[in-house]
Design a binder for this molecule. Structure first.
Ligand code: GCU
Length: 674
């Protein structure tokens, strides 16, 4: 009989273990090293009574926070390197990987979570409860509860190598720079510090005017420059290891240098100069809408490539993985590799804004791996997005990667037990951008679900059974989950056809007269009686021209364009013959249907896994899979019935018939806008 401890998921992948005795030798002392020693003593699964030496030694092969592991000990250049080595060692012990002679260096120097947390405690695009950092009532009171949350958060981050946190929303309130909020930021920074995590803040470009009382926020105005210098000095007097600023400027109504006729470079450089004496950085987002180009997918490139080379070396341009906005599938942003004289960092979205919130089980590692491994061809074959951003190709002063966090006050942190895997995967890929999703999923499942309690008799045979009946099928479910979501939401290159309200369900119809067209689905799918898809070829918007050859030509031709991006780049007739031999319309129908079938399979997989999961997590995930399944059907019905109005073709008869009526789905969706 199995004994499975109830779990509310709060411990994440760091569940308490029955540790064996270990003798840790460490000559140096620091808060970080004390944590390292404690972690070893609380988690040791190696030889009972073994001796392990932690040593800080300069070693040229060990970069930044990297480390060496061997049977006898851990060696690193820094204290935090030792702590990362400890987490890696414990992970290897728990996941039965060998420990002999490991050298591990991070792909990116800065591995940062962006919290879109508002100062009133709400979280923009957050689906796991209120902010862990800010709250409305007693806003400045720091309680013991706050501190223990922040500590658990810091530990979880450090265990996967994350070393930075931007504490507030990119749509930043100028109040963040007031004394009261800075004092709270300091309290947070103090808790995060021993875990090697630096604190950063998002700032509002109009702060000098709004809170500083200046008549302008023009980045070339001397009073404005002075105001930022003074503010930065104040911040460093409170948080001496402050990391720097994240800025969303001239985007979606946010102020920026263009309000004063200045460029993004003028704005970013002004802040960079203020931060430079303290070695702070500016992460300047490329998520902008340039009026100069009608195709939304081209705007970031159009705006930023001409100013490549004009940025200070402590500015990093933060670029979303795709050119539009965190859709289930996009081609990689053409800015990767194209800005050759400026540091560029990828921004991934860990929170599932467009991928089913905290209801759908979608393992995003596959999406990020696809982006990181995409070849830009900018410097010949093999110039992947990963290599274009991690310093392998371009000499960047700083290398960095950001993930928009999916963390909130929910007991299990992320809303969905499996959404924890996305937090985990972001950290692991930020540390090693060559990791495979399969390995990440394998590790995460073992750490999160394997119950090695002594009550489980016959450990060895249980492990084999668990491997076959739980690990393998659940891993397969995770690895299939992203493509399943693409299939039932936006297959074959469809994008941005979700409901406007909440970005959760389908909404290919949504186009109220006063809304800017590039916020509406019809702008993106362009369905008409002749066909469907956005013509971004040379005869259309020529977005293909922003990609390096051979990609430009490959994307330009529907016969060589990957099926997964077909309708992103092409407007094609409904009877267009696909590589499969089917018509485009049939192919669309089969993809939606396949997505639904995949989620049904996930339900079966999970139900079969019941004996190996504690009841609490089993039921929570089972319930969510049911909702995901019915939402997948809604997506399929909505999109097929909506597009059928244009295609005027039958849904292939071997596919399940829709069970929702189009007019009712539209009415339900539109009700929310009245
Ligand atoms: C998306 C998202 C917004 C967010 C924006 C951004 O548009 O819906 O909530 O502010 O991205 O990344 O700045």
């Amino acid at each position: 009989m199995l004994f499975l401890k109830a779990s509310d998921g709060h411990e994440l992948w760091l569940r308490k273990k029955n540790a064996l005795p270990v003798n840790v030798v460490c000559a140096a002392k620091s808060a970080t090293l004390s944590i390292a020693i404690q972690e070893l003593q609380q988690g040791w699964q190696g030889k009972s009574g073994a001796t392990l030496v932690l040593s800080i030694k300069k070693d040229k092969a060990v970069k930044a926070d990297g480390f060496r592991l061997s049977q006898d000990g851990i060696q690193a250049n820094t204290d935090i390197g030792i702590l990362y080595g400890v987490y890696e060692l414990l992970r290897r012990q728990q996941t039965t990987q060998p420990v002999e002679n490991v050298l591990s260096n991070p792909s990116y120097e800065l591995r940062i979570l962006n919290h879109w947390d508002n100062l009133n405690g709400s979280v923009e695009r957050g689906y796991a409860g209120q902010s862990i950092f800010w709250r409305k009532d007693n806003a400045f009171l720091v309680t013991a509860n706050d501190k223990s949350r922040w500590l658990e958060y810091a530990r979880a981050n450090a265990s996967v190598g994350i070393n930075g946190s931007v504490l507030n929303n990119v749509n930043a309130s100028p109040l963040i720079l007031s004394a009261d909020y800075l004092a709270r930021a300091k309290a947070i920074a103090d808790v995060l510090r021993p875990y090697g995590i630096k604190t950063y803040l998002s700032v509002n470009f109009s702060s000098p005017k709004i809170t500083g009382g200046l008549p302008t926020s023009d980045p070339l105005d001397t009073a404005v420059i002075r105001w930022w210098k003074t503010k930065v000095k104040e911040i460093y007097s409170i948080i001496p290891d402050f990391g720097g600023f994240l800025v969303k400027a001239n985007s979606e109504g946010q102020p920026g240098p263009q309000d004063f006729g200045r460029t993004h470079a003028d704005g970013a450089n002004m802040l960079a100069d203020a931060l430079k004496p303290y070695r702070g950085i500016v992460m300047w987002r490329a998520f902008v809408y340039a009026a100069s180009d009608k195709d939304r997918a081209k705007q970031a490139y159009t705006e930023f490539v001409p100013i490549d080379g004009q940025f200070r070396d402590n500015v990093i341009i933060q670029v979303k993985n795709g050119p539009v906005d965190f859709q289930p599938r996009e081609p990689f942003s053409p800015l990767f590799g194209a800005m050759k004289k400026t540091s560029v960092m990828p921004e991934f979205q860990v929170t599932q804004e467009y991928l089913g919130h905290s209801i759908h089980l979608v393992f995003l590692s596959s999406l990020w791996e696809e982006c990181l491994q995409s070849d830009t061809y900018q410097e010949g074959t093999g110039s992947t997005v990963a290599r274009c951003t991690d310093g392998s190709i371009y000499p960047q002063k700083y290398t960095a990667i950001a993930g928009v966090a999916n963390i909130g006050l929910d007991t299990n942190w992320c809303g969905h037990d499996f959404a924890q895997a996305n937090w985990y995967a972001f950290g692991r890929l930020a540390w090693n951008n060559q990791l495979k999703s399969e390995k990440i999923a394998d590790e995460w499942i073992r750490l999160t679900f394997f119950e090695s309690s002594s009550q489980n008799n016959k450990q060895a045979s249980y492990a084999a059974e668990w491997n076959e009946n739980f690990l393998q099928p659940v891993k397969q479910m995770m690895l299939d989950s992203r493509e399943a979501a693409v299939n039932y939401m936006m297959p074959l290159g469809f994008h941005h056809i979700m409901s406007a309200e909440g970005h959760y369900g389908p909404g290919p119809w949504w186009a109220p007269p006063r809304v800017r067209p590039d916020w509406t689905p019809p702008y993106y799918h362009q369905a008409d009686s002749a066909g469907v898809g956005f013509n971004r070829t040379r005869t259309g918007s020529n977005a293909v021209g922003q990609y390096h050859e051979p990609l430009a030509s490959q994307y330009n031709d529907p016969t060589t364009c990957p099926d997964g991006l077909l309708l992103w780049f092409h407007h094609l007739p409904w009877d267009y013959k696909m590589k499969s031999g089917r018509s485009l319309w049939d192919e669309i129908c089969y993809h939606y249907d396949k997505g639904v079938q995949q989620v049904r399979q996930f339900q079966k997989t999970w139900d079969k896994a019941q004996p190996y999961v504690d009841e609490e997590r089993f039921i929570a995930v089972q319930r969510k899979l049911r909702s995901q399944s019915s939402n997948a059907v809604l997506w399929k019905d909505a999109c097929l019935l909506y597009f059928q109005q244009f295609s005027r073709l039958p849904i292939p008869y071997d596919i399940e018939r829709p069970v929702n009526n189009l007019d009712e789905m539209i009415a339900n969706d539109m009700k929310r806008f009245r």
